[in-house]
Design a protein. Structure first.
Length: 608
């Protein structure tokens, strides 16, 4: 294995181990921080953007105390590519980074703070060392996989280097600034990657007790402080919630608990008067936070923790963080009041990941947990996300991920995922589409999402033999989405289908049509398998094609539905849509009972 392949393999493993970002490319800068500075994985990902956070020229950062040079700021642009042009773009992109760093040094509010998660983290890290800012050394690091000769790179990058130098003198003229190109040979140090690097201990103010237990698991319960938890989020970003069952719900920002949290915070720490309620009211008005940690040490008035992860309380912490980032709030927040707001905190210390999952589920029972939540970081899902990203498709493994990422920088996001501009390809939709057209599980199981994600069925659905052709997978999802509308068009044309439930009969109709198309009209898969469809109105071409395929000259489904499923003796006049005998009869009538769509087109993606 050559150097570039070795790097790709290591980065891919880091991505899968830590479940960070959409793909290995997103995890590339975090991997480098882990390798170069021996940061713990959680700390490295906490200093790294997630790949869709807006183009401010910054993918990662690290403040490093150099034994000879003193405090050094490393600012990273990473291109997981062998292209010289990508390398050139990275250098030019540092101009935006310099502008943001200059604003931080000057204490000027930044527009990037609300669009780029690690800009506030960078600002907070720098502001912890006000005495060192004047002499801070800045190293701009470009990570790349280009293996071209130095002379070739020098010719390509000469203009970009000159522009970088001019910007550095103009914007950061008081600092020592270097530009470092870290190619394949520099990226991979000799020797293996560190097996275990503990995260630095974080201190949380805490008034409470350790509960007595009979096993090795430890429990702490008491009051912590909201600002400390928000600081954890600034340091670790979305990885702080990686073991939670869902991302932050932006749709609830203006209503429900999130709105009430913001209203309470305004009352407690803005426009303070004698009549203002005390900060401890927050602990009475809102639910607490449950934290999992790998290691905890309790001392008077505080907990020192390593490897924190919030199992419950994402809405509380991120709502509060967003409240502090609103430009209209920042200057008006009373810092002493903000630092004094208590919140109920429970901390569980264990290495038993199964137990951690049970705690997460139990703590989130107050709102429905989607059946896919516990599969989001499975290796097969991470690999699918990477492969779909190569096709500019956003594969949503975690509930709310599409909205969280797309809100950060709409234009950059739309370019990166141009084949899923309006909607993501959701894990649940894909699972159901695969299950419905397969021989197994039975259609009665495939029609229920909760059943699909049971262990045995889930493994059967996401079998590697079914995942080879991404074009086919996108097509199946699109078809499952459009069939109910095509079925409506067919129903409107005949009285025979009166009373037939479109929602329920979508599944057998999709099963039959998918097999028929793969067998007789596979070009449709190519035509409608590149882009994730959003809304499909009455004139959408795929809707019209599916309607025609149900006609007598094709599958004859328009008549077969009536002949096979119609039963006046049933309460609703129709047999169950997933009745196994009915489904088998329809498959035989349409001569699709022996069709395996994955065997026919499963490997076709690489053959075309």
């Amino acid at each position: 294995m050559d150097t570039i392949d070795s790097i790709r393999a290591e980065v891919s493993k880091f991505h899968q181990d830590h479940g960070f970002g959409r793909s290995a490319a997103d995890a590339f800068p975090a991997w480098w921080l882990h390798r170069r500075f021996e940061l713990a994985g959680q700390e490295a990902t906490g200093r790294t953007a997630d790949g869709a956070a807006g183009d401010f020229g910054l993918d990662a950062f690290h403040l490093h105390q150099h034994p000879e040079r003193g405090l050094t700021l490393h600012l990273v642009q990473a291109k997981f590519s062998e292209s010289r042009q990508e390398l050139k773009k990275a250098i030019i992109g540092f101009e935006r980074t310099m502008q943001e760093v200059q604003r931080i040094f000057s204490g000027v509010p930044s527009e990037a703070a609300s669009q780029h998660r690690i800009i506030p983290s960078l600002a907070a890290a720098i502001q912890r060392h006000p005495e060192a800012i004047q002499n801070l050394r800045i190293e701009f690091e470009v990570l790349h996989l280009c293996s071209d000769e130095d002379q070739t790179l020098d010719r390509t990058l000469a203009g970009a280097r000159e522009k970088f130098s001019d910007c550095a003198q103009t914007l950061l003229g008081n600092h020592v600034v270097n530009l470092n190109l870290n190619g394949p040979e520099k990226l991979l140090p000799r020797g293996p990657a560190p097996v275990n690097v503990p995260t630095q201990a974080r201190v949380l103010r805490f008034e409470g007790v350790e509960l007595k237990t009979s096993g090795t698991t430890r429990y702490f319960a008491g009051l912590g402080y909201l600002s400390d938890l928000v600081d954890l989020y600034r340091d670790f970003g979305e990885q702080l919630f990686s073991k939670n069952v869902r991302f932050f719900n932006f749709k609830g920002l203006e209503k429900g608990p999130a709105r009430h949290i913001r209203e309470t915070l305004r009352t407690l720490c803005m426009n303070i008067k004698e009549s203002s309620p005390p900060p401890e009211r927050f602990a009475m008005f809102h639910n607490g936070v449950t934290v999992h940690a790998k290691w905890v040490e309790k001392t008077e008035g505080q907990l020192s923790i390593r490897g924190p992860n919030v199992l419950n309380g994402c809405q509380t912490i991120k709502s509060s963080f967003l409240f502090t980032q609103e430009p209209k709030n920042k200057a008006r927040i009373d810092e002493n009041r903000w630092r004094s707001i208590p919140v109920p905190v429970r901390v569980v210390v264990t290495h038993d990941e199964d137990f951690v999952r049970h705690v997460t589920v139990s703590n989130n029972r107050q709102t429905a947990i989607r059946p896919s939540a516990f599969r989001a970081n499975d290796p097969v899902q991470l690999r699918l996300a990477e492969r779909f990203e190569e096709r500019k498709i956003f594969y949503e493994r975690q509930e709310g991920a599409f909205e969280n990422h797309s809100r950060a920088k709409e234009l950059a996001f739309e370019e990166l995922y141009s084949n899923s501009r309006h909607e993501p390809l959701k894990m649940e939709e894909l699972a159901q589409a695969i299950a419905v057209v397969s021989d197994q599980p039975a259609l009665s199981v495939a029609s229920k999402l909760s059943d699909i994600f049971e262990d045995a069925t889930y493994k059967r659905v996401f079998d590697e033999d079914k995942l080879g052709n991404l074009e086919l997978l996108v097509f199946l999802r699109n078809m499952l989405r459009v069939v109910p509308f095509a079925l409506k068009d067919v129903k409107d044309k005949t009285a025979n289908l009166e009373g037939l439930s479109r929602a329920r009969f979508t599944f057998p109709v999709t099963k039959i049509l998918a097999r028929y198309i793969v067998k007789t009209a596979p070009k449709l898969v190519t035509e409608y398998g590149a882009v994730v469809l959003g809304r499909t109105g009455p004139t959408h071409p795929l809707r019209d094609r599916l309607k025609k395929l149900m006609a007598a000259q094709n599958t004859g489904l328009q008549q077969l539905l009536y002949e096979i499923w119609r039963d006046p003796k049933q309460d609703l006049g129709w047999k169950s849509a997933t009745d196994q005998d009915c489904v088998q009869r329809a498959l035989k009538k349409t001569r699709t009972d022996g069709v395996d769509v994955f065997a026919i087109l499963g490997a076709a993606e690489t053959d075309r």
